[in-house]
Ligand binder design. Sequence first.
Ligand code: GLU
Length: 333
Amino acid sequence: MISNQYSPADFELTSRDVVGRFAPSPTGRMHLGNLLTALVSWLSVRSRAGRYILRIEDLDPQRSRIEYARLIEEDLHWLGLDWDEGGVENIGEHGPYLQSQRSGFYLDALHRLSDLGLTYPCTCTRADILATQAPHRTDSSVIYAGTCRPSVMPRPLGSPFPAPLRPHSIRLWIPDHTVIDFTDRVYGDQSVPLDSECGDFVLRRADLAWAYQLAVVVDDALMGITEVVRGNDLLSSSARQIYLYRLLGYPVPEFAHLPLVSNPAGQRLSKRDLSLAMDYMRDRFSPQQIIGWLAHIAGLIPSPEPCTPRDLIPVFSWHSIPSAQAVTVSPLS
Ligand code: GLU
């Protein structure tokens, strides 16, 4: 039996118009880290009678598979997590809900930014960028050194760039010393200098694939999302997204990032952690066991006792979500 250990004051975020979303990339079966995001984003919305959207982020044509999207839906149903809009069947008025079907919206946004004189073509390859980036970062993200950046930006209105003949990406010009401040619901105040975080970033890749940063902002804005809940690997990229929201004139949602889930060796979960992936876990555990385990990891219940997502609605509080960088889990036994 789960007791309500929190006071109503925890629900200061109450609003009738909360719209949240889960936005998985269908590149494999979900693992425990994805499930934590799904459960917490769902509880945050359901505890305030909001609307919940499932968006399929299949921007990467090489790695995305519709079969994985269907398995994600099937796994969410099995766990007892429902949604009001979205999914591969495109149910709802803000569709389509697969990013591969939303190019027209991204193109409109790109045109708006280009019309403001804020974009330019870049013919650098990844190897060029890795060779020139400075300062070097220890994580895998890449800072663009500005090799193709025109000397005069923003570009004077009415003077479009001749498109280079070579394949080229389109980058967004970021004025020097741009710093984005925001408050994350879990990690608190953030201050992100965009030039040392990423530099001018890509909006559309040379192979014409849309960049995640542009697509996620356009989709969250057009779908009326009021809160973005996801893993903290995307915490700093929220700054790029806030910058885009402002340029495009969209209201900025609230951001809440969750600790990453690590395996017992302290590594972030990957497709190799088979014992923490859905196919393995579904063969061995009930949905209630997995939900109870996730709720315990999320700090919502003191021990991992079996329960349903609905049982957790009364005890859900953002105050109990751990703000550690990562939470380490061992396979359920
Ligand atoms: N599609 C991303 C993922 O599966 C999540 C992006 C987001 O929530 O903004 O990791």
